[in-house]
Write a protein that binds this ligand. Structure first.
Ligand SMILES: *Cc1c(COP(=O)(O)O)cnc(C)c1O
Length: 379
């Protein structure tokens, strides 16, 4: 089979295309925020928090500086800190684990289920029932909905309820995904969302938001994000500075109503890739039954991942690895982070074989066709 000539490189993600696709509305919103003369924690931020909470169907959302801080603020708001352990996965953005250490708590990293790349719920249950020796008491779980796919949340929620500890959702890659018809971000005690430019809902800079049904927790966190102020210049609790700025909030108010259409476009592209990969040796993503996957990333698996990546590059197709090195093997964490009893065998195997294909709503039909044609020809 002969392939069409390469004209331009198809990138893995293209935040510039997302800006250009709605340039007029974004410029207008930015102009409005600039003209207001008020740049941090103002009317745009308040309106975004209300609109985001309404979209989720929760009473409260709190904007902050980024997704890592959203996790930190939730942990602090729940009183998680030194002398406590928090369980999550090693197969995640390093930010999830960094947030646990930022509050002084001790991470415990659980292996993944190799089909969905999300936390192995049985392993979590084993750690809750029989904690690894030498570890401080386990006081919270951060469930990561990786790549836009819900993790196996129901048994994890049941186990956390039984243990009397909170489950926090890391929804940084899963804006709009559902599990059994329920929106992710509404199922645990609180949920953290990154609004980094390439996320399914992204700002034009750093931003984050967290949401919860617990109004007292939301009020505590809203104070913690600004020096612990409950009234101006009076800190009732120790806090940090992690505010959302008005320019980003104005951008996010334009983009929130576009999220469902963007997710639908991602799902359409995923269906095209699935069809192209049928009957090839490249393993396409498994979709959890009863869930919607919003394809923050479309991640395939192949034993010869590096050569597949090089062949795609020769054909002008960008790809990425999320993530090439599990957190527990990163230089900053090596040999000092606790793992679950079975280690992280599946995490390490996946990190050697996974590859993310171009995935963003502004990919054109021609670009999608070209990726599909190359995949069919290579396989
Ligand atoms: C992006 C991301 C974060 C961190 O968000 P930032 O806005 O970059 O701080 C946390 N967890 C996951 C799973 C992410 O993908």
């Amino acid at each position: 089979m002969t392939l069409p000539p390469i004209t331009t490189m198809i990138p893995l993600a293209d935040p510039g295309a997302a800006y250009r696709a709605h340039r007029d509305a974004l410029d207008e919103a930015l102009g409005r925020a600039l003209d207001s003369g008020w740049y941090i924690l103002g009317k745009e931020g308040e309106a975004f928090e209300r609109e985001f909470a309404d979209w989720l169907g929760l009473p409260r959302a709190v904007g902050c500086a980024n997704g890592t801080d959203a996790l930190v603020l939730i942990l602090r708001g729940l009183g998680i800190g030194p002398g406590m352990a928090v369980a999550t996965v090693s197969h995640t953005a390093v930010a999830t684990v960094a947030a646990i250490e930022m509050v002084g708590a001790t991470p415990v990293l659980i292996d993944i289920d190799p089909d969905t790349y999300t936390m192995d719920a049985d392993e979590l249950l084993a750690v809750l029932q029989d904690p690894p020796p030498g570890l401080p008491p386990l006081r919270a779980v951060i469930a990561v909905h990786l790549y836009g796919q819900p993790c196996d949340l129901d048994p994890m929620l049941a186990a956390c309820a039984e243990a009397g500890i909170p489950l926090i959702e890391d929804c940084a890659q899963a804006h709009g995904a559902t599990l059994g018809g329920r929106k992710l971000g509404t199922l645990g005690v609180a949920a953290a969302f990154s609004l980094y430019p390439t996320k399914n809902l992204g700002a034009l800079g750093d931003a984050g938001v967290l949401a919860t049904a617990d109004e007292a927790l939301a009020s505590r966190i809203a104070a913690i994000r600004q020096y612990g102020w409950t009234s101006r210049y009076i800190s009732d609790m120790a806090g940090v500075n992690s505010r959302l700025d008005e320019l980003q909030a104005a951008v996010l108010r334009v983009r929130l109503p576009l999220l469902e259409a963007g997710n639908a476009r991602r799902q359409h592209i995923a269906n095209c890739y699935d069809a192209a990969l049928a009957d090839t040796a490249i393993v396409s993503p498994v979709r959890r039954a009863g869930a919607t996957h919003v394809f923050h990333q479309y991640v395939v698996r192949h034993p010869e991942r590096d050569s597949l990546m090089a062949l795609l590059k020769e054909q002008g197709i960008g790809s990425g690895i999320h993530y090439p090195v599990p957190v527990h093997l990163q230089p900053a964490y090596l040999d000092r982070v606790a793992l679950g009893p079975a280690g992280c065998v599946e995490t390490e195997a996946a990190s050697r074989e996974i590859l993310s294909l171009p995935m963003f709503p502004e990919l054109t039909d021609e670009q999608v066709d070209r990726v599909c044609g190359v995949l069919r020809a290579l396989a």
